[in-house]
Design a protein around this ligand. Structure first.
Ligand code: HEC
Length: 404
């Protein structure tokens, strides 16, 4: 019963999370686009300090948005803020992480072949440590960078190094799926914290100055803009990590850390290209096709890195498996009856082949999750797998966990 309600919590939170993330990222992309496309002559009747405007056509009418870098003469009507999209994305995302990865740490977070955690609770708590820790490090880099007047590229490079370093660390501590997800969640946490601690407070100061009729201090706006730019470059890498859980061929791969870094770098490069290119048609900004080419090349490198090695046909890997950990013959019988028509030599759904003891060991975490916890496998229980058979898989998984 517990797992039934957790499944519902998982579905509803995921639904909410995707909706709020779409709203947040959609608005965020839109404002980045606006900023790149503002034109001085597209903001009629502007007073002093207008940074420009933009005309657009959508939804059966014309829009004329304008940006002011100093206090506008006044704000008539309601002033719209954008923060609930971000907060709701973080809250729903954290709860989603909690109901699966933290609640079922043993199954989702921990892979005994990667690291022997003393307790699931410790593993779960350390995830929270990664989220908070990355934010603190990242925030200090931005603050110190500004104090030392480092250029933005140097700051960006330092942040990228910290991300790669922590991604490596997570890959040494957690199951493959979890390592990808935690890396993304820590960047996403920094994105929301940017909104909460810098972007919105900066805007509150601007609004207060405007209401008091005082000149605006440009500093909060500049910091807010810097954090928004980081957010926009984090977006594609973060979304990749959020989707990665569907792709065991990445998250279970021996080179998963390199694959994660390659794909995150590709996402960031592709975003750099689009941001730069937004204003290109307006005669401003470049069209740095080479940056997009770098992104595409990184993806190609990842395709090559992840390429499965050619396996000799038939039962393989038996020699490499120690007798203590080899799945008992009952497991291989289950594989034969319930898995191989979809994960065998002929057909490999999701790129997964389960016809050798070694494969069962390599994918033990995923198998346990699919067969015992979510019971999603065999697909639609087309083979009529019984509860006893699932129990055999559960006991086997327990036994290899104890050995490791
Ligand atoms: C009728 C076909 C079919 C059978 C039988 C089947 N699977 Fe699958 N399996 C699939 C498909 C299709 C997917 C991909 C599902 C998805 O991603 O939504 C999958 C995915 C998986 C995954 C997740 C892989 C990943 O990378 O996310 C695991 C693990 C798995 N199967 C294990 C098993 C085991 C163990 C058995 C036998 C007890 C089994 N499957 C039986 C079709 C099948």
């Amino acid at each position: 019963m517990e797992s039934y309600f957790l499944d519902w919590a998982n579905l509803l939170l995921r639904w909410l999370h995707v909706i709020t993330a779409v709203a947040w990222i959609g608005a965020s992309f839109y404002f980045v686009f606006l900023d790149s496309n503002l034109e001085p002559d597209a903001a009629p009747n502007q007073g002093t300090g207008g940074a420009g405007g933009i005309w657009s056509v959508h939804g059966g009418g014309f829009y004329n948005a304008r940006k002011w870098m100093q206090s506008p003469p006044g704000v008539a009507g309601h002033l719209h803020w954008f923060y609930w999209e971000s907060y709701a994305t973080w809250i729903s995302g954290f709860l989603l992480l909690a109901v699966s990865y933290l609640w079922h740490a043993q199954a989702y977070l921990i892979d005994p072949r990667v690291f022997a955690w003393q307790s699931p609770g410790l593993a779960a708590a350390s995830v929270v440590g990664f989220l908070v820790g990355f934010w603190l490090l990242y925030d200090q880099i931005c603050r110190i960078g500004r104090r030392l007047a480092l250029n933005e590229r140097a700051i960006g490079l330092l942040i990228a190094l910290v991300v790669v370093g922590l991604a490596y660390w997570t890959s040494q501590l957690f199951s493959g799926r979890a390592a990808f997800l935690i890396t993304g969640a820590m960047m996403a946490t920094a994105m929301s914290a940017n909104v909460l601690f810098w972007i919105i407070p900066g805007q509150r100061k601007m609004v207060a100055a405007m209401r008091a009729g005082q000149p605006m201090d440009p500093e909060p706006g500049l910091i807010g803009k810097q954090r928004s730019i980081h957010n926009t470059y984090f977006t594609l890498p973060v979304i990749l990590t959020m989707l990665s859980n569907h792709y065991g061929f990445l998250t279970q791969h021996d080179h998963r850390f390199s694959l994660l870094v390659l794909l995150m770098a590709a996402g960031a490069a592709i975003r750099v290209y689009f941001v730069q290119r937004h204003a290109w048609h307006r005669g401003r900004g470049g069209n740095p096709i080479w940056v997009a080419a770098v992104g595409a090349t990184l993806i190609l490198v990842a395709v090559v890195v992840a390429m499965p090695k050619r396996q000799p046909t038939g039962q393989t890997g038996a020699q490499g498996t120690s007798s203590v950990t080899a799945p008992p013959s009952a497991i291989m019988t289950i594989a034969q009856q319930h898995c191989l028509q979809c994960h065998g030599p002929a057909v490999q759904m999701k790129g997964l082949r389960l016809d050798s003891p070694q494969a069962w060991l390599d994918h033990a975490g995923g198998i346990h999750q699919q067969v015992v916890i979510s019971q999603a496998m065999p697909m639609g229980n087309s083979t009529g797998m019984t509860a006893q058979e699932r129990q055999i898989v559960a006991s086997w998984f327990k036994s290899i966990e104890q050995i490791k």
